[in-house]
Design a protein around this ligand. Sequence first.
Ligand SMILES: Cc1cc2nc3c(=O)[nH]c(=O)nc-3n(C[C@H](O)[C@H](O)[C@H](O)COP(=O)(O)O)c2cc1C
Ligand code: SF4
Length: 362
Amino acid sequence: MAYKFLTRPLTVRNTTFPNRVVFPPVQTNYASETGEATDRLIRFHETIARNNVGLSIVGATGISPHSRLGPQSLCLYDDRHIAPARRLFDAIRKAGSVPAVQLNHGGRVMSPELAGGTVVGPSALASPAAGIVPHALSLEEVEQIIGQFVHAAEAAKTAGAAMVEFHGAHSFLLNQFMSPASNTRNDKYGGSTENRARIVREILERTRPRVGNDFVLGLRMSVDEYVDGGLTVEESRKMVNLFIESGLDIIHVSGGGIDTGPRMIQEAAEGNIVKLAGEIKKFVNIPVIAVGGILRLEQAESALKDGLADMVALARALIADPKLVTKSLDGKPETVLECTGCLQCFMEGERPGMTCSVNENL
Ligand SMILES: Cc1cc2nc3c(=O)[nH]c(=O)nc-3n(C[C@H](O)[C@H](O)[C@H](O)COP(=O)(O)O)c2cc1C
Ligand code: SF4
């Protein structure tokens, strides 16, 4: 099969993605306990990057000491994180992919240990999944978190990334602010669509002058949260257009999150999250990344051909077989080691860090 759509380069600002395949953010817990990139994390990304993946987005990375999701998540809040991150981004670039990193604060779904004792959120409303009533952030604290996102983006650029993706999906803090189900504030960060979008707009607007005009600013967003009273595609379209006004360059469409439970995986498996990307693409004029349940390269090609997205991300398929794209482009798709959907990669194993039942080399 000829992958005419997938193999076309795409240029955003001054960055050219050599093709349309994305390795999306995956929390590996391969960093050190203090948040530095390790040889294991570098080897993992390098192997994927070397195999014809145009954009590699490193998984949810902490922006402050109490924002990270796992005990060995990558962090970018201290000067000591920059040199190891530079080794990571350099390795991805030398392997032929564009290096990017996702920046995140977990907010109300975090464990109290990782949150430093106080779990925070936009409002004092417990997440259905985590069940802890968070401390509702004061205006000063919101301001501080905006500054931490901007600082981490600047650190990513200093370390050699070409792009950051702010994590506004999967029930984490920025998603919590955007969502009417978790944000009942009555100040400028709550209420109307414009107010719930404000924190992300301020992060985008304050980041741009710190990173220059060539740097790519992305956002991942759960455009349908699949929860009662949560974000719908209709409201998300309006929000994405507000983000574009504030300088957003690329939107990575996801759906659901921690609060959705197993339904998120089910929706991905049924291809419904890829369809959500198409629903956003019709209404925006920036590149759209689609993701969810894609196991074979021909499915990714079809999503582009059908006009659902501009780039396509494969997470579990590339964890299971990092050479999937190379093998498919070489006309040997039958040699791909296919992800079985067992979800072992989501579980904590005996050894710290992500493992896969198909890929023995992790
Ligand atoms: C082990 C694991 C860790 C993940 N970590 C993140 C993350 O850090 N940030 C994020 O936005 N999504 C994360 N995801 C979600 C993936 O990026 C992707 O959206 C999801 O797995 C659906 O795509 P797939 O069907 O191709 O796997 C993770 C997924 C897996 C399997
Ligand atoms: S652990 Fe299972 S679900 Fe995860 S990538 Fe490997 S085969 Fe797929």
